[in-house]
Design a protein. Sequence first.
Length: 372
Amino acid sequence: MALPVQYFQKLVESSPDIIISVDRHGTITFYNDGARQNLGFSPDEVLGKNVLEIYPNIEEARKVMTAMRADDGAGKGRVRNFETICKTKLGEPIPVAISASIIYDDQGQEIGSIGFAKDIREIRRRDRLVTLAEIAVGLSHEINNSLEVLVNQTELMQKYVERVASDEDYIVESDRLESVASQVRKIQAITTRMAKMAEEGEYGTTEYLDGKMMTDLHVDATAGEKPCARPEPSARFPLSGLNVLVVDDDASICQSLKQLLESERCCIETAASGVYAMEWLGRRRFDVVLSDVVMPDMDGYELYQTVKKNTPELPVVLMTAFNYDKDHIIKRSCLEGLQGVIFKKPVNPTMLKKVLLQQCRPEQLPTPPAAS
């Protein structure tokens, strides 16, 4: 039993795909709701208009009609899943797959055509994701093979340095090797993240360089780590339990200050730049920031300004290797309320301890002797 005509009419009108018919002059005679949703034109804006309204140019429209008049396997006068470009009301080109037929009269003359077009942007996106996933898995595999060599050689080099280096050289060289090892671990975490993204088929993006988007491969190297315990201060260790963020692009400086302050029972985290320091400050609470002045991406002054704006109660202490203020960074910072400045090469442990106590625990400072 044949379905009534109104069933077919309702199906065509409510289809989510684009359905458009034109007469033999190329004038749009039917335009369904799916076309309105996908292209943005209302029926009043296109009915009675030339079909070029929905194509980016006449060449694209002619390409479709040429394919329909040729016999490409679907039969003359038809196309099946023919890929072309349509244009939205805002002028945005969207890729579509058209299945269409030319309509003939009883004498075999063309009187028009009707086409069903599907927006294939999501299909293409899924196809790209599959391809990118395959690339990501293969890339991760090859990178991890090379990283395995680097990990092994770094460990062997560490043992060699332990055996042959003097005490002074050992401190410097082991810091360098640890810096290399930490970056290798970071790359390993990124490749793991890539493989996970490929498996899940989902990824985030972040904006860079004039609005262009890039895949967000950020890996939180501190995920799962627990902050160190905060022992109570004592007469012998007045800095005990202070959470200190050390910021310096020199890994050896970070490591030496970490060792120095950990010997005072402080809880230390290090950041290789002002940008990484801001990431730390977004994740964890600190009692004081101890930062170098001269750094490549965000200098100490900029870091101080940002911290002052976001968390004005957080003390910032700037370190400098120079005995003069070449760019007036220290002077500007002091004028704006900088809490302290020390010289870092070499760091005077007594001075550093005094500065940190002044900023964080002034009550722990020794009481000066009474005047006689």
